[in-house]
Write a protein that binds this ligand. Structure first.
Ligand SMILES: [Zn+2]
Length: 327
C-alpha cells in the first residue's frame, strides 16, 4: 500500500476518509507583495480563520483537506502545517506551478525540463525548501483553450516526476478547457488517465465534454461548488447527476476551490479588476468549504442521486485516485 505525504506526516489511501480535493488556505497571485493598496496580511487572523473553517469541516466528517496551491500562488506549507496541527485536519500539499498567464514563469521558462522534473521530485521525496514538509502530489495547469509551450514543458516534467515518485496529479483548467490535452500529454509520457484528477471542468455546462473526460479514465473534479459567478450550482448538480446516471459517479470528486485563510494581496479574477477581498462574501455568500455539506448534498438528493453515489464522491473516489486505481 502506497504512502501519502501530508504536511504533518504520512497516511495510506485507505485512511484518507471524507476528502475535499481542492481547497485553499492562502492564495496570492504572483507579485501580490507589490500591491501596497491591498489589506495587510494578518497571519494570526488568517490562521484563526482557517482553523475555524477546518474545525467546522471536521464536524461534517471531513478527514482530509487537499490544498493544491501551486508553488507560485503564495504556497506556504508551514502555514498549512500549523493549521493542520491546530485543527486536527489532515492537509496535503502539492508541488508544481500555475499556468503561464497567471503564474510566475521566468525561472521555469528558462530551466531545462529535466531540472523542473527533478525539482518536483525533490519536493516530493526530500521536502519543500528547508521545511522537511513533502508534497503529496503534483499540480499541473493549462491556459484558456490553449496549452502554451511553457505549460506543455511543465506537464511533461510533472508526468516524469509523477512516474518516478508514484504520485497522482491534480489539474487546473482555465475556463474548464483543455482537459483532453492534459490527458494526452500525460499519456504520451506513460501516465495513465486515472492518475489525473482534472479540475474545474464544472465551469463548462457540457455533459458530452464531462463524459469524454471520464471515458478516457480520468477522475473529474466538480470542485468549484459555490462559485456562482462562473456557474450556478444547479447546473453543476445536473451534470453530476448525468454522470451518475451514466454509471460514471466513481470518477467524480467534489470541492469548492475556496480560500479559507486569507488573500495575499488583492485577488484579481478578471484582467484589470483587483477586488477587495472583503466583498467576496457578498458576491458569493456560499463559497465556503462547508457549502457541500450544508446545501449541495441536499440538492444532489433532490436531483435523485443515490446516497451510495454521494458517499463514493466524498469518501471513496479520492482514495481510489490516490491509490492509483482506475475509477
Ligand atoms: Zn485552486
Amino acid at each position: 500500500m502506497q504512502t501519502i505525504h501530508t504536511v504533518t506526516g504520512t497516511c495510506r489511501p485507505d485512511e484518507l476518509g471524507r476528502t475535499l480535493v481542492h481547497e485553499h488556505l492562502l492564495i496570492g497571485y504572483p507579485g501580490w507583495q507589490m500591491d501596497a493598496l491591498a489589506p495587510r496580511f494578518e497571519r494570526g487572523e488568517a490562521l484563526r480563520r482557517a482553523v475555524d473553517a477546518l474545525q467546522q469541516l471536521r464536524s461534517h466528517g471531513v478527514k482530509t483537506f487537499l490544498d493544491p496551491c501551486p508553488m507560485d500562488l503564495g504556497r506556504d506549507v508551514e502555514f498549512m502545517a500549523e493549521v493542520a496541527q491546530a485543527s486536527g485536519m489532515r492537509i496535503i500539499c502539492t508541488t508544481g506551478a500555475y499556468f503561464e498567464e497567471q503564474g510566475l514563469t521566468y525561472t521555469f521558462r528558462n530551466l531545462p525540463l529535466d531540472d523542473i522534473a527533478a525539482i518536483y521530485e525533490k519536493e516530493i521525496t526530500e521536502g519543500i525548501g528547508e521545511t522537511g514538509i513533502k508534497a503529496g502530489l503534483i499540480k499541473i495547469a493549462t491556459g484558456d483553450h490553449h496549452v502554451s509551450d511553457y505549460e506543455r514543458k511543465l506537464l511533461v516534467a510533472a508526468a516524469r516526476a509523477a512516474k518516478r515518485c508514484d504520485v497522482p496529479l491534480i489539474s487546473h483548467t482555465q475556463e474548464g478547457t483543455c482537459a483532453m490535452e492534459q490527458i494526452e500529454i500525460l499519456a504520451a509520457e506513460g501516465v495513465p488517465a486515472h492518475r489525473l484528477l482534472v479540475g474545474h471542468t464544472d465551469g463548462v455546462d457540457d455533459p458530452a465534454y464531462h463524459r469524454g473526460i471520464v471515458d478516457r479514465g480520468a477522475y473529474i473534479g466538480f470542485d468549484r461548488l459555490g462559485i456562482t459567478v462562473i456557474q450556478p450550482d444547479e447546473v453543476r448538480v445536473k451534470n453530476i447527476a448525468a454522470l451518475v446516471q451514466a454509471g460514471k459517479g466513481r470518477h467524480v470528486c467534489l470541492s469548492h476551490d475556496s480560500n479559507c485563510g486569507a488573500w495575499l494581496g488583492r485577488p484579481i479574477f478578471a484582467p484589470g479588476q483587483p477586488l477587495d477581498p472583503a466583498l467576496i462574501p457578498q458576491m458569493m455568500p456560499h463559497w465556503t468549504p462547508s457549502h457541500l455539506f450544508e446545501r449541495v448534498i441536499p440538492m444532489m438528493r433532490e436531483a435523485g442521486i443515490p446516497e451510495d453515489a454521494i458517499a463514493a464522491m466524498t469518501d471513496e473516489n479520492p482514495a481510489r485516485w490516490f491509490a492509483g486505481e482506475p475509477a
